[in-house]
Design a protein around this ligand. Structure first.
Ligand SMILES: *Cc1c(COP(=O)(O)O)cnc(C)c1O
Length: 378
């Protein structure tokens, strides 16, 4: 019986070597050799002033919210079609999420609808790069500049992707990466805060290190360390960083493989898409994708649910996401209701993500596409 999972974290083979090395070095707390190596690699590859590894992307978003001093009454503009952490990081400080609908092509926040959502309480726009395809960052940065508000890139899915030649996470003052097991590069649970505004670096280090200036102390900038600000425990263990380094060393090989898988899906499914059964993902000319996922958008929810069911019976695990945040219990508590964001609501009932992982074999991928074609021939 065929069994094709939806995701399978890829191990490059050097993770255990690095973990052994971390243990031998004798320091398994954070900010040791491997944490520094990962930060340096990401800073230089993606041209980011400072990268701070965190235990998750959620943690990096939380640090960002603290850095911007978000508080009760503030508003943050974000898409509703995203993972819950994008909102919670701000909501937990009392900020109000202001949801903006998405573009039909990239499923990213519709930059033409942002300006109408800005009020005098707006502190920030959170640009979520869905599926590793960039938001229209030039417009978003311009709108933010015009209104004196900040921008944060939720680049959880965007590591190694680009917008007009710039890495996602390197464009706004702040960005957040995820190294969760479902992402392209992983250490199980992990993330990073990307800081592009050098003025935010010192305070970000302090917030990440429990509100102390321990990082300055370790560098010899101060002769003792002490409590200086709000903060929490946002430093990952060296064990995690050692694992992650084993993945980041293979950035290009992993990216190359994902590109192949994506392009094979595209060519195998194009004929079925051309028959009008579904649409394929769109990568605008000024974006370079990291091929985080492959999805198709069907005509309606009933076909979508039948397809998922049919694939499951054939041993293929295909999944959907997201329940729009504005349609959730929490979303309703902020006064949102059904009908507020029509494109978000429509896409969320029609999208299916197909199995996508480094070790997905060509045979298995062909099998998935055959089953999809057969489904539409019934
Ligand atoms: C995965 C994801 C997150 C959360 O990442 P964690 O590392 O699990 O905290 C946040 N935002 C988006 C858009 C994501 O896809």
């Amino acid at each position: 019986m065929t069994s094709i999972p939806f995701n399978k974290p890829y191990m490059t083979g050097s993770e255990l070597t690095h973990i052994t090395r971390a243990v031998e070095l004798g320091n398994i707390t954070g900010d040791g050799h491997f944490t520094a190596e990962c930060s340096r690699l990401l800073e230089s590859r993606y041209d980011i002033a400072r990268v701070l590894l965190t235990p998750s992307c959620t943690a990096a978003l939380e640090i960002s919210a603290m850095l911007l001093n978000l508080r009760s009454g503030d508003e943050v503009i974000l898409p509703s079609y995203t993972f819950v952490s994008t909102a919670n990081a701000f909501v937990r400080l009392g900020a109000r999420p202001v949801f903006v609908d998405i573009r039909e092509d990239t499923l990213n926040i519709d930059e033409t609808k942002i300006e109408a959502a800005i009020t005098e309480r707006t502190k920030m726009i959170c640009a979520v790069h869905y599926a590793g395809v960039a938001c229209e960052m030039d417009s978003i940065m311009r709108i933010a500049d015009d209104h004196g508000i900040s921008v944060l890139e939720d680049a959880a899915q965007g590591v190694h992707a680009e917008y007009r030649g710039r890495a996602l996470g390197s464009i706004a003052p702040l960005g957040a990466y995820s190294f969760h097991a479902t992402k392209n590069y992983t250490c199980g649970e992990g993330g990073a805060l990307c800081i592009n505004d050098p003025e935010l670096i010192d305070r970000a280090e302090i917030i990440r290190e429990k509100g102390t200036n321990r990082n300055q102390f370790l560098r010899g900038d101060v002769d003792k360390y002490t409590w200086v600000d709000v903060g929490s425990s946002y430093v990952p263990s060296e064990i995690s960083s050692a694992f992650l380094f084993g993945q980041l060393e293979h950035l290009d090989a992993i990216a190359e493989r994902r590109k192949e898988i994506y392009e094979r899906y595209e060519s195998l499914l194009q004929p079925v898409a051309d028959n009008g059964h579904f649409s394929l993902p769109c990568i605008p000319a000024d974006c370079r994708s990291n091929y985080h996922m492959f999805y198709i958008v069907l005509k309606d929810q009933s076909v979508r649910d039948q397809l998922i069911d049919n694939l499951r019976q054939n041993g293929i695990s295909a999944v959907f996401h997201y329940i729009p945040l504005h349609s959730s219990l929490m979303g309703e508590s902020f006064g949102y209701q059904h009908g507020d964001l029509p494109i978000t609501e429509s896409v969320s009932t029609r999208l299916v993500r197909l199995p996508f992982y480094f070790e997905l074999s060509t045979d298995d991928q062909q099998y998935c596409c055959e089953k999809i074609s057969e489904f539409f021939k019934r």
